[in-house]
Design a protein around this ligand. Structure first.
Ligand code: NAI
Length: 363
């Protein structure tokens, strides 16, 4: 897989909402260099994955972790989860420097924060890696099921994105039924593959793209009804579902998009916050990524709270209602969905800070 681009800025309209704690971790013996950013823990322990990536500089890593951790606060708050937002990055190429000793040492750094930060997987960190991290800390989610975790969050992220997509279809076309809709899915990894499977099952006609030949081959073999294309962002489809890396929505790409709805799990889809306006001008309905992609962290929070695994799909399905609420709020107030989702998250956090009854907590 090609290297992920640093994430685009999260829509930060609330300057009174700074990071609580940013910790740099170093261990020359194992080569570990990591940054843990706790953005906001008003709603609960700050949960967010660890990304292992060969950042060119420490400054680039810092920018990424600050944006990603802020995004987790919004994602968790909008989803109604009793968790704050955080993220961590390990600097370096996982293919060359990842070792058990490094991961275990990283786990001990997470442990030193006493549970204020709870880690999970992200790009470059698998469930098996989390098992190793878990030797150093109790504050880890998403380990393999044999190690007592809830496993890879990809399938539940896809399930949540699927329900966000249904809600977006209902807002756009008056029916959540995806049978007969054409959908272009970009990225066939842990999330994209599973989303394609759900869409095919729902009767949608799917076009899909991935830069990885093995990922395409798997779909060709297992889901033969899917049309594989070079790229899908400008394909003649009803819905474009970004499930690869972020920042595909740019002022150059937006004029080429033919879909009426954009809804997918890729984090930080807008290259810059202002491009959401361009989507609206073209009449394209965009579901904010931090609303559509909450299925994974919903699973993580369930694991944290020891909610049985079989109850997780029901919790993830609530993303349908959340998406509907965000799109309704945007329509009623004449604002963009990104602003509506942020307002919802911000209001929930401010209410919790003011000690108001948190009626949004999952029952
Ligand atoms: P993954 O690494 O398993 O899959 C990503 C796929 O995208 C790979 O198959 C890769 O070859 C492909 N890809 C990369 N660049 C591409 C391009 N330009 N065009 C087409 N395909 C391309 O990652 P995963 O876990 O499936 O995540 C996908 C997205 O969803 C990421 O943005 C991630 O941050 C986001 N996400 C994932 C969650 C999870 O639980 N896995 C949770 C929330 C968000």
């Amino acid at each position: 897989m090609s290297a992920p681009q640093p994430s685009a800025p999260v829509l930060g309209r609330f300057p009174d909402f700074p990071h609580e704690q940013v910790t740099f971790c170093q261990d020359p013996e194992t080569g570990l260099r990591a940054i843990i950013a706790i953005h906001d823990s008003t709603l609960g322990p700050a949960v967010g994955g660890t990304r292992f990536h060969p950042y060119a500089t420490e400054a680039e890593a810092l920018t990424d972790v600050l944006r990603l951790s802020r995004g987790m606060t919004y994602k968790n708050a909008v989803a109604g989860l009793p968790c704050g937002g955080a993220k961590a990055v390990i600097i370096g190429d996982p293919d060359t420097i990842k070792s058990e000793a490094l991961l275990e040492t990283y786990g001990r750094f997470v442990q030193s924060l006493g549970g204020r930060y709870v880690t999970a997987g992200d790009v470059g960190i698998s469930a098996a890696d989390l098992d190793v991290i878990g030797r150093g800390t109790d504050h880890v989610l998403g380990r393999t099921t044999s190690a007592g975790g809830y496993g890879d969050s990809g399938p539940m992220t896809a399930y949540g994105a699927f329900h966000a997509l249904r809600a977006a279809a209902a807002a756009r076309w008056g029916t959540a039924d995806l049978a007969g809709r054409t959908v272009g899915v970009e990225g066939l990894g842990k999330v994209g593959y599973e989303l394609v499977r759900l869409l095919v099952e729902a009767g949608a006609t799917v076009t899909a793209a991935d830069i990885s030949a093995p990922a395409r081959e798997r779909v060709r073999r297992e889901l033969p009804a899917v049309l594989l294309a070079e790229r899908v962002i400008d394909a003649p489809v009803d819905i474009y579902a970004p499930c690869a890396l972020g920042a595909t929505l740019t002022s150059d790409s937006i004029p080429t998009i033919r879909a009426a709805v954009i809804c997918g799990a890729a984090n930080n889809q807008l290259a810059t916050p202002d491009v959401e306006e361009q989507l609206a001008e073209r009449g394209i309905l965009w579901v904010p990524d931090f609303v559509a992609s909450a299925g994974g962290v919903t699973t993580g929070c369930a694991e944290y709270r020891r909610i049985p695994l079989e109850e997780v799909p029901g919790q993830v399905e609530r993303i349908f209602d959340t998406t509907t609420e965000v799109l309704d709020l945007a329509r009623r107030q004449g604002i963009l969905p990104g602003a509506a989702a942020e307002d919802l998250a911000h209001t929930r956090i401010q209410q919790a800070r003011a000690g108001l009854k948190p009626g949004y907590l999952p029952r």
